[in-house]
Design a protein around this ligand. Structure first.
Ligand SMILES: *Cc1c(COP(=O)(O)O)cnc(C)c1O
Length: 374
């Protein structure tokens, strides 16, 4: 069965907007898009008088090489946030349909579903001694019962930091074959130094993987992310996307960030972030007033405090802003702290009462375990 059977029925013959870039013509005088014939005069705008390529082939193939897929299996857009929205719009009829999430998780799945009128069913992650774990059997059963077109998984999880096992993701996709698409949001996978679900695409055409340049590649301001999936699904998503989704300056920045020297620097930065994460995790475990530090495979730590308000205020008093998670069910005592530079991380430890000097000489633990104090 083709993946196209999962598309909204009313969109199966939808061609999307035909932009000036849709027709492939040869020409030397281009008067088909109502662009200005002269460049603008403001500094830096000279190269921008034309509409950009909707999917610049150079960027697409650089991203496809980076993520290990074919060019036609990848759609670039305005961050992976856009991909979440596109998947919902292409697969769920507006005001109907259902998607499964596993809380606590990234908030955009619920925001996009709400805007589109898609009903959400939650199969909460199980908060056990090893961290947050996905109950894949229940996810599969609920998705089947509710005829969910989409299941949103996040690996490593935000905010939990937990990595989902690829064999379980593959088995879920197998069970939902013909009924739904398993979306694996890998915004932080670089920090897990682990295999991507992109490797599962050949065997499972109902998996869609979200990747982004926003986190490990230090390019959040450029808004470049992508969805990697079956080529037919990608083509359908493209028809639902804005005509010119990628601003030219952002494309150029992304290409610069994907050159080999920049990629080497990215790998270095990721290594440092992972070292710092593990150092901070170990240091937190030794602090008093901390209930739990979840083992993280991402570039943040989820920490539960005896006195979360007090911790939040002490950090703020030191000028450090962290993410307050206390409104999230099950995380009423938690803060999420992004990994900063070594000095910034020391400032976090100092504000929370540790001696930063001591914390830094503590040997980094290769495999820090969760410590449950409460
Ligand atoms: C940050 C984040 C994103 C957003 O990525 P963009 O590419 O910047 O839109 C997606 N998913 C998760 C889980 C995130 O934490």
């Amino acid at each position: 069965m083709s993946i196209l059977s999962l598309l909204r029925e009313d969109l199966r013959d939808f061609g999307g907007y035909r932009s000036a870039r849709s027709d492939e013509c040869e020409g030397s005088i281009w008067l088909n898009a109502n662009e200005s014939p002269q460049p603008g005069t403001a500094e830096g705008t000279q190269g921008l008088r034309r509409y950009p390529d909707p999917q610049p082939p150079g960027l697409r193939s650089a991203l496809a090489r980076l993520y290990g897929c074919r060019d036609d299996q990848l759609l670039a857009g305005r961050g992976s946030d856009e991909a979440i929205d596109l998947l919902l719009r292409a697969l769920c009829p507006p005001g109907a349909g259902c998607a499964v999430i596993t809380t606590p998780t990234f908030g955009m799945y619920a925001v996009c579903a709400r805007l589109h009128g898609t009903r959400l069913v939650d199969v909460p992650l199980v908060d056990g001694p090893g961290g947050h774990a996905c109950d894949f059997d229940t996810v599969a059963a609920v998705a089947q019962r509710e005829q969910a077109r989409l299941v949103f998984l996040c690996s490593p999880g935000n905010p939990g930091g937990n990595l989902l096992p690829l064999p379980a993701i593959a088995a879920l996709a197998q069970r939902l074959r013909g009924t739904g698409v398993v979306v694996v949001d890998e915004a932080y996978i670089e920090f897990a130094q682990s295999d991507s679900a992109v490797a599962l695409l050949d065997a499972h055409h109902n998996i869609a993987v979200l990747r982004t340049l926003s986190k490990a590649h230090a390019l959040a301001g450029a808004r470049i992310g992508c969805v990697v999936a079956d080529a037919m699904l990608i083509a359908a998503l493209r028809r639902c996307q804005a005509p010119y989704p990628l601003p030219q300056p952002c494309v150029e920045m992304a290409l610069a960030a994907l050159e080999s020297s920049a990629r080497a620097a990215t790998r270095e930065r990721v290594e440092r972030a992972v070292e710092e994460r593990d150092r901070l995790q170990a240091a937190f475990t030794a602090l008093t007033g901390i209930r739990r530090v979840y083992r993280s495979r991402a570039n943040f730590l989820l920490v539960r405090f005896e006195q979360a308000q007090d911790a939040y205020e002490r950090l703020l008093a030191a000028g450090i802003v962290v993410r307050d998670m206390r409104s999230v069910p099950g995380l009423g005592d938690a803060l999420r702290i992004s990994i900063g530079t070594p000095d910034q991380n020391d400032a976090v430890l100092a504000a929370l009462g540790a001696s930063a000097g001591l914390a830094r000489v503590a040997p980094p633990q290769a495999d820090p375990r969760d410590r449950v104090l409460a």
